[in-house]
Structures are given as structure tokens and as C-alpha cells.
Design a protein around this ligand. Structure first.
Ligand code: UDP
Length: 472
């Protein structure tokens, strides 16, 4: 390892997320926890494109503005000027390969400029190139697995089945055929996480997720943003030879519980500016009366679907806080007068502080696309969900939410009519809904896992001890 000039070694963790919101957020939560609770130095690496967006979107609210030793760094992503950097999974994959491969220059620069050399790399599971870089510098690499352990298990089983000729990823696309693996809900072929695009594209995504799982054997730890009690048997049912993941979630809890984040001292590092005024609007609503609606950072709607959703939400009569990203909606999407006649009952923003929203007492339900972060954040706050999955791991998450954990109801799949939205919103928001009690029970389970003596807390403590040992 390159040596610094200081005689006292301070843990210095270099973090590299996949260049997408759902991957950046939980890794940043871990960065904040390690920095605020343990005094570690963090270098947080984004693509230059995302880095500039983050700086622009969060003026005055970055971790460094609040005294945390988290240095945000941007490095080139290797794409040409004109290539799409916002919504194309194939490009995201290309980018993470490129960025992982050029990390060594950054590590060399840090060694020459900073008294504390990098002592560990925590990189997204997709950043397999960082394994070579870590080996070159003699630094341990820890893999960060942002989805749940069930998704890891699903890929391991499918990979194993493919290796013995029992499963061909591309054959399942668009099929109703049901695939079953131990410990996992049965899934239709078209709902498998890699069933995206054409057969060829699905095959290539499947190959790349299998490669990522295979590469986990070169990582000292595989940190997973989940909770053991949510998926207790999933690891023990893996085919032999597959590495185990270590659940430390919900990572945001580690920070929230230990540092008492408030509206004033909250730091943000998202790609969009949070419109905090929606919290003031929530302050004026009665407890448990507001449905929060958000489809995360990637899902896009066709205009007709957006219209049906808008009409269904209005017809439900429920108060709504709705995140409509600028890229999902143009001003002519809604019928004439829609915004005006719903001005009192509905608050529409382009991006919000979601964790604060979900923990607000006025919020009583969440219409979600079932991204894993949103799912875990809602469960951590005891909020029942209306599940409307669109792609990737969202279908598996939705089965877990509804069928396994009983903390939500299905809205539907694909195109959904306004009448369905209306009926399901009313069902979810009714105070008698059984999923409401279940959501509160699960909140207790998750909270217990995150506090001293709990499973996630204990795993995090062990991990921190190991990080410190690497420094001795
Ligand atoms: N999020 C947010 N504000 C919003 C919408 C989403 O802060 O208005 C955050 C949310 O808290 C979560 C992430 O964006 O941490 C979305 O990740 P998820 O895995 O749920 O979905 P993805 O965006 O990856 O589809």
C-alpha cells in the first residue's frame, strides 16, 4: 500500500457507487455513518457528470457543509459528450466499468497529497474492475450490494441452474411460465430482474449480473442494505460455493438513530434538488391522511398512463403528496384545470426529502414502484404500500411486500386504469386495512435490528472493527 506521511493511521474509505440514485443514496448513508459516528475519512467518487449535478442540486447541504469529512470527487466516465447518461442501463454498465478502471490514478494522487492513504475500497457490486485496482495497491475491497438478499439469492440460483443446463435466461422473456427457486416467491419469467429489452439484451444483462456475483468471492465483505429478520433463511438456501451477504440495513437508520438528523442539519447528495416546502405542507395535514406517490428515479410513464393515474388519484378523494420528476411530465399532461381544482388536496413536487416525508406523521400510505430503497425506507417507517412494479428487481420486491411480509397491496402491472387507482388507494388508506397493523409490526422488527444488540447493528459494529484493524 502507498504510505502517507502521518504516523497515526486514520481509516480512509474510498467509495464508488453505481452511477444511479438508488445506488448512490444507500452508499452515501454508509459514508455519513462511518464519518459522523466513527470519524473515518471518506472519499466518495461519482462520475464527473453526476458529481457536477450533485454540487449544483445541493448547494449548502453537502456533507462537508455540515462538518463531515466526506470528500466528493468526480472522475471521467469514458463516454462521449453526446451519450445518454440519465436513463440507459446499458450506458450505466459501461460507465461503471470505465470508472472502476481509472481509480488507480485517483488513489495514487491521494497517497501523494493526503496524510491518510486509502485503507479500504467499498464499491458497488457492479464495479468489478475495482478488484484489480484494490489488489494492485494491496487494499481490501468490500462489495456493496444495494438490493435485498433475495435478489442476490435469485441470481445465485439462476446462475447455478444455467451452469447445469437447467435454465436459459433469455427463454423466459415475455413468458408467463413460473420459475421457482428455494426460499423465493415463484416468479413469472417476464418478471425476472434481467428480463429487460430484447432477448439479446436480457442475455447480456444476465451474463453481467452472474459475473458480478462470481466476483464477490474476491471481496472481503459483501454488505447488503437489508435486515436479517426480513429474509432469515435466504442465505442458508443458496447452492454451495456462493458467498454470503452481510445485512446491515436500513443503513439510513444507523445515521438517523445515532445522530438525530433534523430538518436543519440534514445533508443531501442527490441528483435533484429536494423541495423541502412539501414538509411544511405535510405539517398542515391530519395524521395518517396523506398518500405519498413516487416512482423513484428511473421509471417513466407514457402520457396516457400519467393521465389515468392523475384521474384515479383525484377520484380517490385522498390527500396526495406526489413526486413528478421533471423528466416524467410535460405541462400539457393534465386535463384543463386539474392543478387548480386540486390545489388544496394535492401537493406536487419534482423531488422531495423522501425519508423525512415517510417519517412524517401525516403520511399514511405510499404508492410506490417498489425500488428496494423506497421499500426499505417505507418499512422502516411503518408505512403500508400500494405496489406498482415496473422493471428489474421491483417485481420481486413487490411479491415480498404483498405476499411475504403483508405490508402492502398490489396495484397492478403494466398499464393501470384510473378506476383501479381510485379503488386501491381507498383500500390502502382505509384505517381498517390489515396491512397497516402489519407495517407497524415490521417497523418494530426493523428498529430492533438497528439498535444496540440488534442484527444489523452488530454486523455494522463488526465491520467497523475490521476497518479499524486494517489500519493498524
Ligand atoms: N428519493 C428521494 N426523493 C424523491 C424520490 C426518491 O429522496 O422525491 C430517493 C428515495 O428515498 C430512495 C431513492 O431516491 O432512496 C430511490 O431509490 P429506489 O431504490 O427506491 O428506486 P430507483 O430510483 O432506484 O428506481
Amino acid at each position: 500500500m502507498a504510505s502517507g506521511s502521518s504516523s497515526v493511521c486514520r481509516p480512509h474509505v474510498l467509495m464508488l457507487p453505481f452511477p444511479e440514485t438508488g445506488h448512490i443514496n444507500p452508499l452515501m448513508d454508509l459514508a455519513k455513518y462511518l464519518s459522523s459516528c466513527h470519524g473515518f475519512l471518506i472519499t466518495f467518487v461519482n462520475t464527473l457528470y453526476n458529481h457536477k449535478r450533485i454540487l449544483r442540486a445541493n448547494v449548502g447541504h453537502l456533507p462537508s457543509d455540515h462538518g463531515l469529512d466526506i470528500r466528493m470527487v468526480g472522475i471521467p466516465d469514458g463516454l462521449s459528450e453526446v451519450e445518454n447518461r440519465d436513463n440507459d442501463v446499458a450506458d450505466f454498465v459501461k460507465v461503471i466499468e470505465n470508472v472502476g478502471a481509472v481509480l488507480d490514478e485517483l488513489i495514487r494522487n491521494i497517497a501523494s497529497e493526503c496524510p491518510h492513504p486509502v485503507t479500504c475500497i467499498i464499491s458497488d457490486v457492479t464495479a468489478v474492475k475495482t478488484i484489480d485496482v484494490a489488489q494492485k495497491f494491496g487494499i481490501p475491497r468490500v462489495a456493496f450490494w444495494p438490493p435485498n438478499a433475495s435478489t442476490h439469492s435469485l441470481i445465485c440460483h439462476a446462475r447455478h441452474a444455467a451452469s447445469v443446463g437447467e435454465f436459459a435466461a433469455e427463454d423466459f422473456l415475455e413468458k408467463d411460465e413460473v420459475v421457482s427457486f428455494p426460499g423465493l416467491p415463484p416468479m413469472r419469467g417476464r418478471h425476472l430482474p434481467w428480463a429487460v429489452g430484447t432477448k439479446q439484451e436480457a442475455q447480456s444483462i444476465f451474463k453481467s449480473v452472474c459475473r458480478n456475483v462470481e466476483a464477490l468471492r474476491h471481496s472481503e465483505w459483501v454488505l447488503c442494505n437489508s435486515v436479517y429478520e426480513l429474509e432469515p433463511t435466504i442465505q442458508s438456501l443458496l447452492p454451495s460455493g456462493y458467498s454470503k451477504v452481510c445485512p446491515i440495513g436500513p443503513i439510513l437508520h444507523a445515521d438517523l438513530l445515532q445522530k438525530r438528523i433534523t430538518r436543519e442539519n440534514q445533508t443531501t447528495t442527490g441528483l435533484w434538488t429536494e423541495q423541502n416546502e412539501c414538509l411544511d405542507w405535510l405539517d398542515h395535514q391530519s395524521p395518517c391522511t396523506v398518500l405519498y406517490v413516487s416512482m423513484g428515479s428511473i421509471v417513466l410513464f407514457v402520457k396516457q398512463q400519467l393521465l389515468e393515474l392523475a384521474l384515479g388519484l383525484e377520484a380517490s378523494g385522498v390527500r396526495i403528496l406526489w413526486v413528478l420528476r421533471a423528466d416524467t411530465c410535460s405541462p400539457d399532461c393534465f386535463p384543463d384545470g386539474y392543478i387548480e381544482r386540486n390545489a388544496k388536496k394535492m401537493k406536487i413536487v419534482q423531488w422531495c426529502p423522501q425519508v423525512s416525508v415517510l417519517s412524517h406523521k401525516a403520511v399514511g400510505g405510499f404508492l410506490t414502484h417498489c425500488g428496494w430503497n423506497s421499500t426499505l425506507e417505507a418499512m422502516a417507517m411503518g408505512i403500508p404500500m400500494l405496489a406498482w412494479p415496473h422493471l428489474a428487481d421491483q417485481f420481486l420486491n413487490s411479491s415480498l411486500i404483498v405476499d411475504e411480509w403483508g405490508v402492502g397491496i398490489h396495484l397492478g402491472e403494466g398499464f393501470v386504469r384510473g378506476e383501479t387507482v381510485e379503488a386501491k388507494v381507498k383500500e390502502l388508506m382505509s384505517q381498517e386495512s390489515p396491512v397497516r397493523g402489519k407495517a407497524l409490526q415490521l417497523k418494530q422488527v426493523i428498529t430492533r435490528a438497528s439498535i444496540e444488540g440488534g442484527s444489523s447493528f452488530t454486523n455494522l459494529v463488526k465491520f467497523v472493527e475490521w476497518l479499524k484493524m486494517n489500519c493498524e
